[in-house]
Ligand binder design. Structure first.
Ligand code: PBG
Length: 325
């Protein structure tokens, strides 16, 4: 007779047995919903490549945030589509900029919802790059000042957290210093520490109208082939005062996420980006996959790899799916 001492299948026989030995559990608190604020009133413009995601005027983005909070989502991250753009992205740091307006409106309508502001210039610059451009080159140090000004203005508007995503060297330190000087030493920085130059951001650039007018972002975002460099980036952001380290995109970088988890004792975030969302949506619309199961399996894999929080366009659907269980 076959004498098998260890039979892992014994613990898989029923759903309740499986639940007892489950190692990773998704919870509503895990998710942060990205929202895109635009000018106007009563505007609700769906993004073609991201079914279910919209450009929303301030009144609508406020309603959307309130509905997400009622459904159980605890945090949102805001991006802005300004009415006009210029060379220096001044719409990013105006007191009455689109994100500043949205932050104020959401804070007053849904005071307990965590409001995170994405701190970058690409949605606001005429050339679509994430900082100051001169003769076709993105200049690092002059961009820092503008990013710091943006973060302070977002904090003044009431953002609970700022999230620098421009991938400029020294941006976390510059922002930390500026926040502290302005009396915002209590505002945490969620750093896009490891952000690859990824083709998976394609649909976002439609949503945020932020495609670069020339060239691409490879001179500042990371090469997807590199992992030692990812550790270096994370170490720098940690040393510069980041409170949370983020890896982006998520599902194609689970190895990187795991590496950071083993190395750092601060909370980790992962951004399940626009292209990752769009691929699931598209296959589901064709009837080729079970959308809810693929979504939950994907989000579980991101958490299993080490993320404490997941930025995802699926935040609301995920919370809803968990409530059904
Ligand atoms: C801004 C920014 C981008 C994303 C988040 N912040 C676009 C980019 O870097 O080109 C991408 C998010 C997504 O694809 O969902 N710099």
């Amino acid at each position: 007779m076959l004498d098998l001492l260890h039979r892992p299948r014994r613990l898989r026989r029923t759903e309740n047995l499986r639940a007892l030995v489950r190692e990773t559990r998704l919870a509503p608190e895990d998710f942060i919903l990205p929202l895109f604020a635009c000018a106007g009133e009563n505007v609700r413009r769906e993004i073609l490549s991201m079914p279910g995601v919209h450009n929303l005027s301030v009144d609508q983005v406020t309603d959307e945030a309130a509905r997400a909070y009622d459904a159980g989502v605890k945090g949102v991250i805001l991006f802005g589509l300004p009415e006009t753009k210029d060379e220096f992205g001044s719409g990013a740091y105006q007191e009455n900029g689109i994100v500043q307006q949205a932050v104020r409106a959401i804070r007053s309508a849904v005071p307990d919802l965590v409001v995170i502001a994405d701190t970058c210039l690409c949605e606001y610059t005429s050339h679509g790059h994430c900082g100051v451009v001169r003769e076709g080159e993105l200049l690092n140090d002059p961009s820092l000042e503008l990013l710091a000004r943006t973060a302070v203005s977002q904090a003044e508007a009431g953002a609970h957290v700022v999230a620098p995503s421009a991938m400029m060297d020294g941006q976390v330190f510059a922002i930390r210093e500026a926040l502290d000087e302005a009396g915002f030493e209590h505002i945490p920085i969620l750093a896009y520490a490891v952000k690859y130059a990824s083709a998976f951001y394609g649909p976002f650039r439609e949503a945020a109208d932020s495609a670069p007018a020339f060239g691409d972002r490879r001179a500042y975002q990371m090469d997807a082939a590199n992992v030692r460099e990812a550790m270096h980036e994370a170490e720098l952001d940690y040393a510069e005062g980041a409170d949370v380290l983020m890896v982006k995109p998520a599902t194609v970088c689970l190895d990187v996420l795991r590496m950071l988890r083993d190395q750092f004792d601060v909370p980790l975030a992962a951004y399940h980006v626009s292209g990752e969302y769009a691929m699931i949506k598209a296959a589901a619309q064709q009837g080729w996959i079970d959308e809810q199961r693929v979504m939950l399996e994907t989000l579980t894999s991101i958490k299993r790899a080490g993320a404490d929080m997941i930025l995802t366009y699926y935040a609301r659907e995920a919370v809803r799916a968990l409530a059904q269980k």
